[in-house]
Ligand binder design. Structure first.
Ligand code: SF4
Length: 369
């Protein structure tokens, strides 16, 4: 969820201010920026896609997804016309699948409500599904030159150091302060380049650890550098508590194929596919069997545990401890659920899978043979 204070309209009265910091930043940016595909376009669809992918993903990891997504869905119309399964399959491995579902839904809304033309104004962009203030400001600024300040994690860090701010950036009460600072710094006549320059400075120069202050174009204005507090800024005190969930996946193999079922409800990985799942605090297969007699019906008489694998998967608010149990089913094995599909192992590639299921699937051929 994006913050309600992540962007702000910039008054043109700011024209009268001196924008020396902004000028230095833009000059540095033009000489040092990385050439990335979404920087060589003003196409709002491509800018939108890049911003959504990069919300939770590093550039090196996100770039191939960006290219592959565009190869499959080159414009808003193609994305709107696609079925959800093919969109999720393109997203497989990126995580945070609600981003892909929202992209898809927003594309349909652009086609249905805007005649297939991407809205130009910040306020209209903000109404699209899944687009919060940060992304709307980035699109309006980068694609249409609307004068908006954009605050992402990199910009927070630069501002916290530049102005030597003690406030905890993870507290919502700090957001107003950082917006005011962003406005203080931005030159609204050059909002698009300024915003990208701030983000790039945070990514390349004012990095979380070992910032390259000697090469920094705004070092002469940096208050944290002057006070020796660079390593203490920004202040991040997290109250985040992660809960741990234990997933037990039953890979029920009958010599022909396995069962796969689609996740439903308002939980992680909605609409992705997985093996029959039991969520239970049991620590191993024996404990699971003891507390779930239905497993005996699914595996049948004479069933055999062929292999088990365990892994830990970290999400923002949850830790998933997953066990995968490959079982050669016996006689009389029942279908594990009404909606379960019986398919060949190599057909699994046709279904969008959570990445930890995909990793186990990739081992299946060698485990079965
Ligand atoms: S001088 Fe150092 S700490 Fe200050 S903005 Fe530049 S890189 Fe960041």
């Amino acid at each position: 969820m994006e913050s309600k204070f992540f962007c702000y309209f910039v008054s043109m009265e700011s024209d009268e201010k001196s924008f020396e910091i902004s000028r230095l930043l833009r000059q540095w940016y033009e000489a040092n920026k990385r050439e990335l595909p979404w920087r060589q376009t003003r196409d709002p669809y491509r800018i939108w896609l890049s911003e959504v992918i990069l919300q939770q993903t590093r550039i090196a990891q996100g770039l191939p997804y960006y290219n592959e997504f565009l190869r499959n869905f080159p414009d808003v119309g193609a994305l709107a016309a696609a079925d959800e399964g093919s969109v999720l399959r393109c997203w497989q491995g990126l995580g945070y699948y609600s981003r892909a579902r929202n992209l898809h839904e927003a594309a349909r809304s652009i086609v249905n409500d805007h005649g297939g033309v991407f809205p130009r104004r910040y306020e209209d962009i903000l109404r699209l599904k899944g687009i919060g203030r940060y992304t709307a400001a980035a699109i309006a600024s980068f694609a249409f030159d609307e004068a908006r300040a954009v605050l992402d994690g990199n910009v927070y860090r630069v501002l916290a150091r530049l102005y030597d701010i003690e406030a905890n950036i993870l507290e919502s009460s700090s957001e107003k302060l950082f917006l005011a600072l962003a406005l203080e710094t931005i030159d609204p006549r050059h909002a698009a380049v300024h915003n990208q320059a701030m983000m790039e400075l945070g990514a390349l120069c004012c990095t979380p650890s070992s910032p390259r202050c000697a090469d920094c174009p705004i070092a002469a204005h940096c208050l944290a550098l002057a006070s020796g507090k660079v390593s203490e800024r920004p202040v991040r005190i997290s109250g985040l508590k992660r809960k741990t969930r234990r997933f037990h996946y039953l890979c029920l193999y009958d010599g022909q194929g396995i069962y796969l079922q689609q996740r439903q409800g308002k939980d992680i990985w909605r609409h992705l596919w997985e093996f029959p799942l039991i969520e239970d605090p049991a620590s191993d297969w024996a404990a699971l069997l003891a507390s779930h007699p239905e497993i005996g019906r699914w595996t049948g008489q004479g069933a055999r545990l062929m292999a088990s694998r365990h892994c830990r998967h970290q999400l923002t608010h949850q830790t998933i401890e997953a066990g995968f149990y490959l079982v050669r089913t016996g006689t009389g094995a029942e279908k594990p659920s009404e909606g379960a599909l019986h398919i060949a192992v190599d057909e699994m590639d046709n279904y969008p899978l959570p990445i930890l299921v995909k990793r186990f699937k990739d081992q299946l051929d060698s485990l079965i043979s």
